[in-house]
Structures are given as structure tokens and as C-alpha cells.
Design a protein around this ligand. Structure first.
Ligand SMILES: Nc1nc2c(ncn2[C@@H]2O[C@H](COP(=O)(O)OP(=O)(O)OP(=O)(O)O)[C@@H](O)[C@H]2O)c(=O)[nH]1
Ligand SMILES: [Zn+2]
Length: 344
């Protein structure tokens, strides 16, 4: 077997530029699994098990770190980072995957196909700076798969939409341009749309996928860890199991990009804070009246914006609380020291 190079692992100038002379003794490694208190990583010399030096939650699959024999000493600045508001009650932004070149948004040509959900994933890709690729599975079970491709393609000239039978390896081979040497593709999508089937074909793994429940187009989760796996064509695949909830936060720019038609129209409204309802001089309502804009698109835009604003605000509040708490603890400690040692 030939030796794995850093380039094979997805290394680029972006990371090389971050190295300093002090790093000469350290080994670059790419994280392929984040466990509770350990990291698994891949280096030129093979797989490593590393102890994190930051909170393990700060690392994501796909991150590059500089390490010694035992510890991940420094995490390099990443590109193409997928984030979301963490599921549950605690408000913080969670890094899902790092150094992702392409976000494969997987949906099927059936009841799972949903424009609002696609727009949500597109906002995520735009925020992360990943190339959006919409993969429409199960074309073999649908009379007119091309109508789905057209609907997805109409959302943005930036994206590529492609119908793929995930069960047919020859068809799956059409994804090769996105998983060539060193390139990283992350797959996101609802349960049961075919992510595992696609991954298995791309990586050559043969884990049996569970049968789908016909009634609601939803399957069951078969995998639990997020992982970085080599593809047969020299690229990397990040599977994101268990991503049932994708709440957006800090994505106003991504949303503006996905809805650039509305963002542009809104600049022409008479009032800067126009809510595009019944204000005079509203360019958005005028476009709807002319038949140039689907009112549903306006509703979806406003809904995503509201969700993003709500989540961003609660994350900001949580950060502020955390800061106050840390200050309190620090000053409490200082006072404590003072008491024990009154002379200072
Ligand atoms: N006919 C057909 N069946 C497919 C296709 N893609 C996936 N399936 C089937 O759909 C079911 C669910 O596929 P999975 O690959 O497990 O879906 P998943 O997205 O990984 O689901 P989770 O693991 O729950 O996230 C399996 O029975 C697959 O064989 C397709 O393109 N055509
Ligand atoms: Zn308006």
C-alpha cells in the first residue's frame, strides 16, 4: 500500500499557512471521530488516539489538529464548518463538521421532498461556505424525478441538483466529482432518505441498511457516531447520523444569500424596517401583486429569519450569562483568597 500523504487527507495551503516554526515538532492530523474525552485522528503515519486540550465539544469531525504523541495541542482554523443550534434546552452553537468542501443535501423524490427544508440546508451551506449539492434519491420509485430536480435547481443557480438511485452503484458513481482525492463531502438529510446506502457505496462498506417504513417515508437510525470515512475514489465522506433537528443560528448572511431575490427587493421598500405586510411602498408586496414572487417564498424567508433571530438571541443571552457567571466565580475566588490572606 502506498503511503498516505497530507494532501490525501485533505490538507491544503490554508492549513500550511497556519504553521509556525514552533510547530516543527508537531504532527498534523485530521480528526475522524470525536468521542466524549478522546479524539480519533488520521495522520501520514496512520491512525492516532489523542487527548483533547480543549473542551471535546470544540472539535468537530474533519478538523485539523497539530499533535504530539498523545495530545491534540492546537486546532487549526477550519474552512467549511457546518454548525447548528445545539438540540435541547442549552443554547449554544454546535460545530457539526469541519473542512467540508461540499454539503450533500439528501432528499428523496417522494414525501420527504420539501422546499422549506432545502432552503434551510442551503442557508447552512451558504453560511459555512460549502458547495451545495442536492442529491435526490429514489428516482426509481417516482414517475417524474426530473420535476424534483427542476424544483431544486430553481432555488439557486449556485447549487447542483442530481437524481441518484442510491441502490445502484453505477448511478452513485456520478458523485465522484465531489469525492475526488482529498475532497470532503458531508451528507445531511432526514432519516430514511438513503444516506447510509449512498455512504456504503461510496466507501465500499457493506453495512446492511434497515428497511424503510412505507407509510411516512422515514427510516430508522442505524449509525450513531459522526465519522470521516475514506471513499473508494480518494475523497472523504462525513456522515451525520442522528441529525433530526437542524435549528439555524447565526446564519443571517447565509439566509440572505439563499433568498437574495428577496434581500434585493427589500432594499427597494420605502421604509427600511418594512415588514412587507401592508406598508405603503413595499417592493416585496408589489412583486407579489405583479406575479413575480411566490407569496409562500416570502413566508418561508420570514420564518427562517425569525427562527435564526430567536436562536441567535438566546445563544447571545446564554453567552452573556456565562460571562457574568465566570466573572462572579473569579471575583468570588479573589475575595476568598483575600479572606484567607488578609494582608493580601
Ligand atoms: N428504491 C430505492 N430505495 C432506496 C434508495 N435509497 C435508499 N433506499 C432504501 O431506503 C431505505 C433507507 O435508506 P438508508 O440508506 O438507510 O437511509 P438513511 O438516510 O441512511 O437513514 P438513517 O440511517 O435513518 O439516517 C433502505 O431500505 C434503502 O435500501 C433509492 O435510491 N431507491
Ligand atoms: Zn417591504
Amino acid at each position: 500500500m502506498t503511503q498516505t500523504t497530507l494532501t490525501d487527507l485533505g490538507w491544503s495551503d490554508h492549513f500550511a499557512r497556519q504553521l509556525t516554526q514552533d510547530d516543527a515538532d508537531l504532527t498534523p492530523a485530521r480528526i475522524n471521530e470525536v468521542q466524549r474525552d478522546r479524539l480519533r485522528a488520521l495522520s501520514e503515519n496512520g491512525p492516532l488516539r489523542l487527548i483533547p486540550t480543549e473542551n471535546a465539544g470544540n472539535y468537530a469531525v474533519g478538523d485539523w489538529v497539530l499533535c504530539d504523541a498523545t495530545h491534540a495541542l492546537r486546532r487549526l482554523d477550519a474552512q467549511g464548518v457546518l454548525t447548528r443550534k445545539a438540540a435541547g434546552h442549552v443554547a449554544y452553537t454546535q460545530r457539526i463538521a469541519a473542512n467540508v468542501d461540499t454539503l450533500g443535501i439528501v432528499t428523496s423524490c417522494n414525501a420527504d421532498f420539501n422546499i422549506a427544508r432545502l432552503e434551510r440546508y442551503l442557508a447552512l451551506a451558504a453560511t459555512a461556505g460549502c458547495l451545495p449539492l442536492v442529491i435526490l434519491t429514489k428516482p426509481d420509485l417516482c414517475d417524474d424525478p426530473q420535476s424534483y430536480v427542476k424544483q431544486a435547481q430553481a432555488l439557486s443557480p449556485m447549487l447542483t441538483a442530481i437524481a441518484i438511485n442510491a441502490r445502484d452503484p453505477q448511478d452513485v458513481a456520478r458523485l465522484t466529482p465531489w469525492v475526488n482525492k482529498g475532497q470532503t463531502l458531508a451528507l445531511l438529510g432526514s432519516s430514511g432518505v438513503g444516506k447510509t446506502t449512498l455512504s456504503n457505496t461510496l466507501t465500499g462498506e457493506s453495512e446492511a441498511t434497515q428497511e424503510i417504513r412505507e407509510d411516512d417515508a422515514k427510516g430508522r437510525h442505524t449509525t450513531t457516531y459522526r465519522s470521516l470515512t475514506p471513499t473508494l475514489t480518494g475523497g472523504w465522506l462525513i456522515d451525520t447520523p442522528g441529525m433530526r433537528e437542524l435549528q439555524l443560528a447565526d446564519m443571517d448572511e447565509g439566509i440572505a444569500e439563499v433568498f437574495d431575490d428577496l434581500t434585493e427587493l427589500a432594499t427597494q421598500c420605502k421604509f427600511r424596517n418594512c415588514e412587507h405586510a401592508s406598508e405603503p411602498g413595499c417592493a416585496v408586496q408589489a412583486a407579489i401583486a405583479r406575479g413575480d414572487l411566490d407569496p409562500d417564498r416570502l413566508t418561508r424567508w420570514q420564518k427562517l429569519q425569525a427562527e435564526d433571530a430567536h436562536n441567535s438571541a438566546s445563544i447571545a443571552r446564554q453567552r452573556a450569562r456565562q460571562k457574568t457567571f465566570t466573572k462572579m466565580v473569579k471575583s468570588g475566588k479573589a475575595q476568598g483568597t483575600h479572606k484567607r490572606n488578609p494582608k493580601g
